[in-house]
Design a protein around this ligand. Structure first.
Ligand code: DGT
Ligand code: CA
Ligand code: CA
Length: 571
């Protein structure tokens, strides 16, 4: 059976974790992590790429050695390096490293100094008060770990990009069945939530059992959890659950609406139907026994006196009242985006030279792109000091002289130091078009200090955009403790923009905070933070979250043409 991309990525990630704990070369560790992200984001399975004779070493960040290892995993389902590391490093160290606040470095200390090999060992060490004696483990860390160890295992959710890769392959497989009409992924996936609990796939066909059989026979199915004439539930080998529902064509709109949800939105609509003496369910809108709508969603909304509500808004967060008053927002779309304001190059930890990145941005229909490489504090990312940034500025000036109809903006992703000052002096920031300020360390400051830190950074009039404002990493790291409302208000007072970082594991600000920002009159930049050409395409994920945050083109900085943009970037 072919090995799925998600499984390969998980093995590469685990290997990176264990290599880091073992104290391997950080570049090697990062190479494995990066490869995991690349594999995870591939539009096709590694197996099919190899079968088509394509070279994995042509992918960004994947050299010959890694390409060989990945091909080996794809062929055998096993990763010798990982097996070896697991034998060499005892117990549950990888699980321990995944706890909040514990990276590989601290796990090494726990293991080396206290002999911790399992989660139980760690609990015991905390009970016995041994943790505090270790360097870098204060009482705050102890309390945090106690909390994390006490929590039941959270419901596993899957990042939207991971679900997309699974969904695309599966939808193609189902389309191959005889007698299928529509095949569509509904649920939180269609509402474009940043993560999904499972995939809800809706198919129109007469013979539901045949479609169910086709799903059960899919090569990536691990277990079939339930099987019936119109519904089938399976769990894929990645752990992602799939709920399949088969309905007749006449119920397509009603079923799509029902399975798109959200549940709260459905209930609100059903109540509207009841008020009119009707009944609304997944088979249609009914007056007595007569179906008065159901083939399309638009038809059902129309009967209820509403315009069609975009799936991204269907959360019962005021969209029905807005629809009733004909005041639904005209949501921003990908084609409104005119440029990307947070992009890396080989000057820091990007994989592509500035000129190539510019060409790729231009090919996406943009008219500008800001190069915002890291600043000097981030040594692992080859952050730029004022001298190198000065030389980069000169290079960009020369490049712009050659480009027509496209502009590379000079920028920096400057680190916000612990006290809220910036990692680069004003005299160099003064030469830039865009300064993106970001927190990359000291995530555990107390709330008041963290809030002050961000606000102080925005006090610097050179700062145009606050990058990934809460620092969350989906499924890995919670947002740091910060009074986000104060930060949003402070951004508004200072004419600073907030970022929706479109990286699939960030999507930060999230939908809810983006909407709060809009309501407070603060505008946002949707930026990819791309370190490779392929990552420029994450823009659509940022736009999805912006849409979930009710944003219209006018709320988004990088929908502005260049001249207007430049004026807005000046504070
Ligand atoms: P998820 O999977 O946790 O990311 O979120 P959803 O929204 O995809 O939820 P899921 O998979 O449990 O159900 C898919 C859709 O089915 C949901 O959005 C709305 C509909 N649905 C599920 N349960 C109910 C229910 O009890 N009542 C109503 N009205 N709709 C439901
Ligand atoms: Ca779902
Ligand atoms: Ca479901």
């Amino acid at each position: 059976m072919p090995v799925h991309n998600a499984e390969i990525a998980a093995m590469l990630d685990q290997a990176a974790e264990l290599l880091e704990i073992r104290g391997d070369n950080p570049f090697r560790v990062r190479a494995y992590r990066r490869a995991a992200r690349v594999v995870e984001g591939l539009p096709r399975s590694v197996t099919s790429l190899l079968a088509a004779g394509e070279k994995l070493s042509a992918l960004p960040g994947i050299g010959d050695d890694l390409a060989g290892k990945i091909a080996g995993i794809a062929a055998s389902g096993k990763f010798d390096l990982l097996e070896g590391l697991k034998r060499e490093l005892p117990g549950e160290l990888a699980e321990i490293a995944a706890l909040p606040g514990l990276g590989p470095k601290r796990v090494k200390l726990l293991h080396g100094e206290l002999g911790v090999r399992s989660l139980e060992d760690l609990r015991r060490a905390i009970r016995q008060g041994k943790l505090r004696s270790l360097r870098g483990f204060g009482p705050i860390m102890e309390r945090k770990l106690q909390g994390a160890l006490a929590k039941p295992v959270a419901e596993k959710r899957f990042r939207l990009t991971v679900a997309e890769v699974e969904a695309e392959a599966l939808v193609n497989h189902l389309r191959g069945a005889a007698g299928v009409g529509h095949v569509v992924v509904a649920g939180s996936f269609r509402r474009r939530r940043d993560s999904v609990g499972d995939l809800d796939i809706l198919v129109t066909a007469r013979d539901g059992a045949a479609i169910g059989a086709r799903l059960a026979a899919y090569e990536n199915v691990a277990t079939v959890a339930a099987r019936g004439p119109t519904r089938t539930t399976v769990v894929l080998r990645s752990g992602l659950q799939v709920d399949l529902r088969v309905v007749p064509e006449a119920s397509y709109g009603a079923a799509l609406m029902y399975f798109t949800g959200s549940k709260a939105h459905n209930i609100a609509l059903r109540n509207m139907a009841i008020e009119r003496g009707w009944k609304l369910n997944e088979y249609g809108l009914f007056e007595g026994k007569r179906r008065i709508a159901g083939t399309t969603e638009a038809e059902i909304y129309r009967k209820l006196g509403l315009p069609e509500i975009p799936p991204e808004l269907r959360e019962d967060r005021g969209e029905i009242a807005a629809a009733r008053k004909k005041q639904l927002p005209a949501l921003v779309t990908l084609s409104d985006i005119r440029g990307d304001l947070h992009v890396h190059s080989t000057w820091s930890d990007g994989t592509v030279a500035i000129a190539e990145m510019a060409a790729a941005a231009r090919a996406r229909g943009y008219s500008y792109m800001a190069i915002t490489d890291h600043s000097r504090r981030l040594t692992v990312a080859h952050g730029l000091d004022p001298g190198r940034l000065g030389r980069q500025i000169d290079e960009i000036d020369r490049l712009n002289d050659q480009l027509k109809g496209f502009t590379v903006l000079k920028g920096s992703e400057v680190d916000i130091l612990a006290d809220g000052t910036l990692d680069l002096p004003d005299r160099i920031l003064d030469r830039l078009d865009v300064v993106v300020a970001a927190v990359h360390y000291k995530f555990d400051l107390p709330r008041a200090a963290q809030t002050e830190r961000l606000i102080r950074a925005m006090d610097n009039r050179h700062v145009s955009i606050l990058a990934h404002p809460t620092g969350r990493l989906l499924g890995e790291r919670d947002a740091y403790d910060v009074d986000i409302e104060r930060v949003v208000a402070a951004a508004g007072e200072r004419g600073c923009y907030l970022e929706i970082n479109a990286e699939p594991d960030r999507l930060d600000l999230d939908d809810v905070h983006a909407r709060a920002a809009k309501e407070m009159g603060v505008k946002l930049a949707i930026s990819t933070d791309a370190h490779s050409v392929a990552a420029l395409d994450y823009m659509r994920l940022g736009v999805d979250q912006a849409r979930r945050g009710w944003l219209e083109p006018g709320d988004v900085l990088n929908t502005r043409p260049l001249g207007d943009l430049k004026k807005r970037l000046k504070r």
